[in-house]
Write a new protein. Structure first.
Length: 115
């Protein structure tokens, strides 16, 4: 056993095939599934369930024992392109400059008059 080094990190939430949700973890070193003893390699994702005696999430479950899909977080969902929208080309630098000047124009003019 390594002294004090974490063996996993919580990275989000998983949607289980049963319809429920569970915390999602990434292995920081090789671990074993508590149910089937399959190796969970470093970097692989897994879930946990509560240990009956303590109620703590100590029981590691590999994808074979507890199938899941990685649920997208709110930030990813907001930043992901919508599928019903067509991809638009990025605006040219000239367009951006013109839009900025049109919005800032009155403020810039006012500042110049005060000098």
């Amino acid at each position: 056993m390594t002294g004090g080094r974490p063996h996993s990190e919580r990275i989000g939430e998983a949607r289980q095939d049963t319809g429920g949700r569970a915390a999602l973890y990434r292995a920081l070193r090789e671990l074993s599934c508590s149910r089937c003893a399959r190796a969970i390699r470093e970097g692989e994702l897994f879930t946990r369930e509560e240990e009956p005696a303590s109620g703590l999430p100590l029981v590691r479950l590999c994808r074979n024992c507890a199938p899941f899909d990685q649920a997208k977080g709110l930030l990813e969902a907001l930043l992901a392109p919508r599928q019903d929208e067509e991809a638009q080309p990025p605006p040219s630098p000239n367009d951006a400059r013109e839009k900025a000047l049109s919005r800032l124009g009155p403020a810039l003019a006012s500042g110049r008059r005060k000098r």
